[in-house]
Write a protein that binds this ligand. Structure first.
Ligand SMILES: *Cc1c(COP(=O)(O)O)cnc(C)c1O
Length: 405
């Protein structure tokens, strides 16, 4: 399918290009010695991850350990509540550890093993990426250092406990504001010292090349499965697919399966408390071009051009940028990006729980909220939503802040 200049028939061969660019977005804006380490990962990715041995081992792990394929569920009661449109969810909440993140963590850790590395390292904010990576490290018998700001360590005690139980080393970062940004800096600094023995595992389709490509490719299992399952279930394609966008990995996973189809694609960003800078994390909706964390994309900036403070009720979505491929797909118009706020999200959280017996992650509730609004606008048809994770992790917070509705 052609979209302006872009032919989606051959899209994955050409995007990103060999330097990691999706149009003008992406690339690798990092110090030279780090570039050498990233080049090693890129080369290994193209030789190892495309080999039939790697592919069949990853396929076996996905089936036997992760519980893939995850099903698609038809939301009968929610569909009839919102009108005439049929709503479906891809159940990444049923993936082992309760979210889509394990899809790329198992791929990254398997690559580390094939490269002969002893250790994997990463940063984490809310702790979801840290838990998924610690799980992968335990499975493969790799050491695992997770860098985390001291403030986040206090806030995310259950995830810190999970990482420690899984055998990961949680490294407390006490610089600056002691949150995600400082954790990223500390993890990169450690990686520069240790890159001979370890690889850095980024938690979304962000960061320098090759991570936006590699994480997308590992997550594409979501879209490949979903497309086939949806056709099996209904005899055709959905009219629209919807996913929440933080860094953009669960959404790129789903979207990649439908880019070459006559399907409307919607990425949903968190509007938080409102459209004022600092009250949301809707980078593709309100941001502008800029470089941060080693890549060029659309980002939210403060008056000095630095990453702006962001807010969302979903800690997995509060990142001041999104992956370069999203910026590209936005510019060419293939994917539409829109927002829902905290209130609509919490409403969707309870509605899906009550009507369908599925408690969604607050991140995923953004996609559900948007699909409910979209369904009211569409007369007929079907929408497939990516349910990126389960909401068990969010229950205490929601009950404390919003009560039972
Ligand atoms: C981390 C997370 C997200 C956001 O990350 P993306 O890279 O945008 O997918 C969404 N949903 C869940 C459940 C998460 O844990």
């Amino acid at each position: 399918m052609k979209y302006g200049e872009i032919d989606f028939e051959t899209y994955f061969k050409n995007y990103p290009n060999k330097d990691g660019y999706f149009g003008k977005y992406g690339g690798s804006y990092i110090p030279d010695d780090l570039k050498a380490a990233m080049n090693e990962i890129t080369e290994a990715y193209f030789t190892i991850c495309k080999s039939s041995k790697f592919i069949s081992e990853l396929r076996r792990i996905r089936k036997e350990f992760q519980g893939r394929p995850t099903p698609i569920s038809y939301l009968e009661r929610l569909s009839s509540k919102v009108g005439n449109v049929q709503l479906y969810v891809k159940r990444e909440d049923l993936n082992h550890t309760g979210a889509h993140k394990l899809n790329h963590c198992m791929g990254e850790a398997l690559l580390a093993k094939y490269m002969g590395k002893k250790k994997i390292i990463a940063e984490t904010g809310a702790g979801q990426h840290g838990v998924a990576l610690a799980t992968a490290a335990a499975y493969f018998g790799l050491e695992c250092d997770i860098y985390m700001g001291a403030v986040d360590i206090k806030k995310q005690a259950p995830n810190v406990a999970r990482m420690k139980i899984l055998g990961a080393n949680v490294v407390e970062v006490t610089d600056g504001l002691q949150t995600l940004k400082e954790a990223v800096d500390a993890a990169f600094a450690a990686y520069l010292k240790e890159y001979k023995d370890c690889i850095y595992c980024i938690g979304s389709v962000v960061g320098p090349h090759p991570f936006p490509m590699m994480v997308r490719d590992f997550q594409s299992v979501v879209g490949i499965e979903a497309r086939e399952q949806f056709i099996d279930m209904t005899g055709g394609l959905p009219d629209a697919v919807v996913a929440c966008v933080g860094g953009g990995s669960n959404s790129m996973g789903l979207f990649s399966g439908f880019l070459n189809d006559p399907v409307e694609i919607y990425g949903v960003e968190p509007l938080g408390r409102g459209s004022k800078l600092g009250d949301h994390a809707a980078s593709l909706t309100y941001g502008s071009e800029g470089v941060m964390h080693g890549f060029n994309s659309i980002m939210l900036k403060d008056e000095n051009g630095d990453p702006a403070p962001v807010y969302s009720v979903a800690s997995g979505l509060d990142y001041p940028s999104s992956g370069p491929e999203h910026a590209f797909l936005r510019d060419i118009g293939r994917v539409k990006y829109d927002v829902v706020d905290d209130e609509e999200t919490i409403d969707a959280f309870f509605t899906l729980s009550r009507l369908e017996g599925i408690i969604p992650a607050i991140e995923s509730s953004h996609a559900v909220a948007y699909a409910m609004k979209l369904a009211k606008k569409m007369d007929t048809g079907s929408i497939l939503i990516n349910l990126s994770g389960r909401g068990d992790k969010d229950m205490d917070y929601i009950i404390e802040k919003y009560g039972i509705r």
